[in-house]
Design a protein around this ligand. Structure first.
Ligand code: FES
Length: 179
């Protein structure tokens, strides 16, 4: 049996709680609302902590194993606090052929980190990702729900300038979930 949500430090804002209730209403079964509910928690907390898993288990009437299965399968979900911006560069074959290696090397140089590392200020994390389903537009990079395509070192520089101004670069594709 899962721990009561009240026994953990996990707390959502009233706004996110209402959003989750609204999401659940839109799905034929509670369990099918799992992924958008994970996004709703991530949007507020930046990751899904252990208490969030308990919350989802109770709220969606799922087993802890089912919630962990989905959280661990998709690379954009996190169970630990993450850097403000997790840049996931596809390093699979199509993107590799289209220049992913040069883009990764450029990002490593500009951010001063290697793949799999966070910048000391916690603003960025650089990661590799398996095929992101946009092979015809490679090299591509995913930032949360945003996808950036046809990357070049120059395009990456423009993105980093946007971040410096406190703006999220305009994405080529937004993978918004239905809410
Ligand atoms: S190989 Fe990069 S998106 Fe498919």
């Amino acid at each position: 049996m899962s721990k009561s949500v009240e026994q953990t430090d996990f707390k959502l804002s009233a706004e996110t709680s209402a959003k989750i209730d609204a999401i659940i209403e839109q799905y034929p079964t509670k369990s099918s609302a799992l992924m958008p509910c994970i996004w709703a928690i991530t949007d507020e907390l930046n990751h899904v902590p252990a208490g969030g898993v308990d919350f989802l288990v109770e709220k969606l009437e799922l087993t802890p194993a089912k919630v962990h299965e989905v959280l661990s399968f998709y690379t954009m979900y996190r169970t630990e606090p993450q850097a403000d911006n997790v840049l996931q560069v596809c390093h699979n074959i199509s993107c590799h052929i289209m220049g992913a290696r040069g883009v990764i090397a450029h990002l490593e140089k500009k951010l001063g980190v290697r793949m799999g590392e966070n910048t000391p200020d916690g603003k960025f994390r650089l990661e590799g990702a398996e095929c992101l389903g946009a092979c015809g537009h490679g090299p591509v990079l995913q930032l949360g729900k945003h996808l950036y395509e046809n990357l070049t070192p120059e395009k990456v520089d423009g993105m980093l300038e946007d971040f410096k101004r406190g703006e999220v670069p305009r994405a080529d594709t937004d993978r918004e979930v239905e809410e």
